[in-house]
Design a binder for this molecule. Structure first.
Ligand code: UGA
Length: 434
């Protein structure tokens, strides 16, 4: 099938590449000339494990193309994906200007029946708006379908190639048939393609992300309570997570959820609800708790250093919002760095992938190091903000020699308490004994 993907951000690039991988011919369109030039030259623009190999292979085999010209990009395409940004507007609602602009541009240039698919996370009713914009100038039949994307950064290729489920919102039998054929290679293991109306599909995406953010936040509150009553959140997590109704995943407490999706989507769903006069109280509480949770360790640091942080040096391990990505959007690390800098702390940071992105934002306000040990050299303590695998089993003896103070503030509960005691570390984590 000939496919066009408009928008070569995270979702667009993964979607385009993964559709090419099963034999489709895909053209990705973007207005960013510099980005398109790079992609045309075979240079990938995001870090995502496993993607580069697929990207290179599909370019080489003539199935993956890039252009800045929308009309050229959609020529002969039976399917057009819209994978455009929906940033939060001032009031927290998703801003649809990019999507609606492309929809308007598409109307007059569609040459034959086409399925236009919203892949971006968009509020309920967006498919109707897109349809209206296209219809204003279209000369041919078309269908607008909602097909939200559930992939996670860091495991995006795996999530795309073997999705738990594919959600497709359409009432058009013609579009349904095309979508079924398109996704057939990805659901061979029997995972379902769930068809529904467009509005339900749009809401499904927000409901899924908001539910997961709520699940994490609930566990963060249990962790906070554990600290006050002398319980261990790791034990509680295992105890509750083995109940199949609850499930083991997304129960890990820490210094709050971040990233480009959960914060934005929880906020947008709460706003959508309030627009129709529904006070979605649980989501307001989730946002409140998460805001506090991000700097949960700061109080512990202040208490440990008896309120005097000025002149202290902290080795900061992990900058990306989660492991296996260089994405720092809404990363809890940034909130903590800001707090520590304002207290006069010197920050020596290490991250396996995100340093370049942080440099663009913070420049020389903090120092950057290629290894966690170099960052630890002469530091009064370590702060762990992201659970990169390389932090899980450090050489504690080497670390002890590098550090000035054997103190670890761990926002991701990476280490066993008995082991930390044995190694002679003062160890603070989330929801566990000191
Ligand atoms: C999330 C969803 O998981 C995807 O299904 C969805 O497609 C995506 O948003 C999106 O809307 O595009 P992502 O933002 O890549 O994916 O990251 P997650 O792995 O979901 O992690 C989100 C945040 O929750 C991270 O800050 C992570 O550290 C935190 N988290 C996750 C926890 O604090 N505890 C957990 O147990 C799990």
């Amino acid at each position: 099938m000939k496919i066009a993907v408009v928008g070569t951000g995270y979702v667009g690039l993964v979607t385009g590449t993964c559709f090419a991988e099963t034999g489709n011919t895909v053209t990705c369109v973007d207005i960013d000339q510099e980005k398109v030039k790079k992609l045309q030259n075979g240079k990938i623009t995001i870090y995502e494990p496993g993607l580069e190999q697929l990207f290179e292979r599909n370019i080489k085999q003539g199935r993956l193309f890039f252009t800045t010209n929308l009309a050229e990009g959609i020529k002969d395409a039976k399917i057009i994906f819209l994978a455009l940004p929906t940033p939060p507007g001032e009031d927290g609602s998703a801003d649809l200007k990019y999507i609606l602009k492309v929809a308007s541009d598409l109307g007059p240039i569609l040459a034959d029946y086409t399925v236009i698919i919203d892949k971006s996370t968009v509020p309920v009713g967006t498919a109707d708006k897109v349809r209206e914009k296209i219809a204003a100038n279209a000369k041919v039949d078309f269908d607008v379908v909602s097909n939200p994307e559930f992939l996670r950064e860091g495991v995006a290729v795996e999530d795309f190639m073997k999705p738990d489920r594919v959600v497709i919102g359409t009432n058009s039998p013609r579009a349904r048939k095309i979508m079924e054929a398109l996704y057939a290679p990805y659901v061979r293991q029997g995972n379902p393609i769930i068809f529904m109306d467009e509005r339900s599909a749009e809401l499904t995406k927000y409901a899924a992300n908001s539910f997961l953010a709520t699940k994490i936040t609930f566990m963060n509150e249990i962790a906070n309570l554990c600290e006050l009553v002398g319980a261990d959140v790791d034990a509680v997590r295992k105890g509750v997570g083995t109940d199949s109704r609850i499930g083991k995943r997304f129960l890990f407490p820490g210094i709050g959820y971040g990233g480009s999706c959960f914060p934005k989507d929880v906020q947008a769903l709460a706003k959508s609800a309030s627009d129709v006069k529904y006070d979605f109280r649980i989501l307001n509480a989730v946002m409140d708790v998460n805001a506090d949770q991000k700097t949960k360790l700061i109080q512990k640091i202040k208490d440990y250093f008896k309120g005097n942080l000025k002149g202290k040096t902290i080795a900061f391990w992990g900058l990306s919002f989660k492991p296996h990505t260089d994405d720092i959007r809404e990363a809890p690390s940034l909130y903590n760095i800001e707090e520590l800098l304002s207290e006069g702390v010197t920050i020596k940071a290490h991250d396996p992938e995100a340093i370049e992105n942080v440099k663009k934002l913070l420049g020389d306000k903090i120092q950057y190091f290629a290894t966690p040990y170099e960052a630890a050299e002469g530091a009064d303590a370590i702060f762990i903000a992201t659970e990169w695998p390389e932090f899980r089993t450090p050489d504690f003896e080497k670390l002890s020699r590098a550090l000035k103070g054997k103190v670890i503030f761990d926002g991701r509960n990476l280490y066993d308490l008995p082991n930390m005691k044995e190694q002679g570390y003062t160890y603070f984590s989330i929801g566990r004994e000191v």
